[in-house]
Design a protein around this ligand. Sequence first.
Ligand SMILES: [Zn+2]
Length: 354
Amino acid sequence: MQPRLIVGLTAVLLTLSLRAHAFDAAAHRLIGAIADQQLNPVARQHVLTDLGYDLRTAGPWADCVRNVKRDGDQYRYTLDPQHPEYHAPCTAFESPQEQARLEDYARRHWQTCDGAGGGPCHGRYHYTDVAIQHRRYERRWLGTRDDDIVGAIAAAIAVLQGKPCPPPFRIADTKEALLMLAHFVGDLHQPLHVGSVYLNTDAQPFDPDANGKTLHSDADTHGGNALRDPQTGRNLHAAWDRIPDGLGDIADATLVRQAQRVPPSPAPIDRWPMIWATESLQVARRAFNGLAYTADPQRPGQWQLQFVDRARYQRDQAALQQQAIIRAGARLAQLLNTVWPSQDHAGHGDGGSR
Ligand SMILES: [Zn+2]
């Protein structure tokens, strides 16, 4: 194998592994905690009986699935002593029944796609990669898939509504749908899980859907995973996944009040994943503002990042992240309150616009 190709493959593997830690566990817990406090009594009862614990606990679940390793036709939840941080958010799911659920979900969603390089397909449910030049999420854009984050949320909503689960998803039951939503509604609001920049050979952003979708294979920055900040050594995606300093993973009264002010989404519930993805795409355009890129000649498909004004960028980033977390918590609650309306609103839950 040529050295250059080896370097390229290493970069791809690095990108895939870096993608492994989407919106960090603290952010997912906080989003769940905000939602927990906004559920109506009927929805809260469904969460407690169908799920068995609160949404704050459930938040990190879909990342804990990544601890399931495949060995032939065996799927085993495996602790990696080198990475205790992958295990720490998952202790709530380590009873025999919960581990069996993680393993069964991983098995059902392992080989349901092309292009995962032999890895588990469920890892692709956490994101989509729409070029930020687009004004809205549409399924025809490069980087979208039937099994992207929009498809995953739509499938889980369908299961909660008692509708057939759309393929390639194979969602076992209401509990699994709730576990998926508790995580993926959060990821959908992390703007770099939706918007991406595609860079040409001069390291300039371009729209890959123009000109007949011809692009070189290394053009996608994978939601900023391939953009490295030389000062911190961290990639841009990881920087956006981290919960902003000072937020913690408990929803205080201020956050809950802000979440209560998030307006309900318009249109029927089955359009919400696309509406929220479009909003996140617009935030992503701001997230890629004030940045410049330099190709890394040693690592095809990797770029170095420069900030026009680093301090200002980080201030804006923290504010956008906090708003995204608040919106995600509010939307998760709105979604469950619409599926399971309170007694006062019974009959308006399916497809309602509250
Ligand atoms: Zn995720």
